[in-house]
Design a protein around this ligand. Sequence first.
Ligand code: ZN
Length: 276
Amino acid sequence: MTPRLPLLAPTALLLTLAVPGCLCGGDGVNSGDLNLLSLDDEWALGEELATEIATQLPMVEDPVVQAYVDRMGRALAAQTEMAARPWRFHVVADPAVNAFAIPGGHVYVNAGLIGAAENAAELASVVGHEVGHGVARHATERMVKAYGVQLVAALVLGEDAGPLEQIATALVGEGLLARFSRTDEREADELGLRYLSDAGYAPEAMAGMFETLLTLRQRRPVLFERWFQTHPLTEDRVAWAEEAARALPDGLLTDPDFARVRQRVAPYAAEALSAR
Ligand code: ZN
């Protein structure tokens, strides 16, 4: 085992990392301090965080499921201005319905989300939304606001492993990604819908996924606690997705492999599947 550097106590971490005035919201994407962190740095940081997260979260290690989510994720990422970068898609062995993106092109999809989706396009609408967060650098912006650009840049250089572990915990736990603004959410929806449609999926699936989530939530609220914290689902959001999809060309609702993949995640997503 590789020896770990001692962790900073949480209080010490806060004292070390807190940057006065840094938690204010309302900046646009790529503004302020975020410009000081290059995309190359951000993607290097993503690799380090993903390595750390792999020690914290159980992953679905089924090559068929992984290949399917990779193929879907890459088809969506190929529609973005960051298509040339090495996006990575991870399937978490967690029955809760959730997905999130960390800096540097790493997107995490829970097994419960695959179990909840009605069809491939609904799943792709969520993956596309997370890719949208990645392209807009929302998680990176949150990290820089919360911890300051110096600390984030030091993480890229691997100068101190303690904060890396704690920040990875904050990313996958309740903290750092739980407070995206509605502006960020709308931006991720707009980008995600564009990628969904450009990748050939049915654009109405985004609103369809929202409806699916609202229905399943009534049947199994416990599976959705985190989801609805991080992705507030307002009537406005559903109405926007329905309206915006009408202006886009028709696409595919599903593919021949989706049902099989959903079946293969059943051991990790039994509750979501039985709620359907
Ligand atoms: Zn979001």
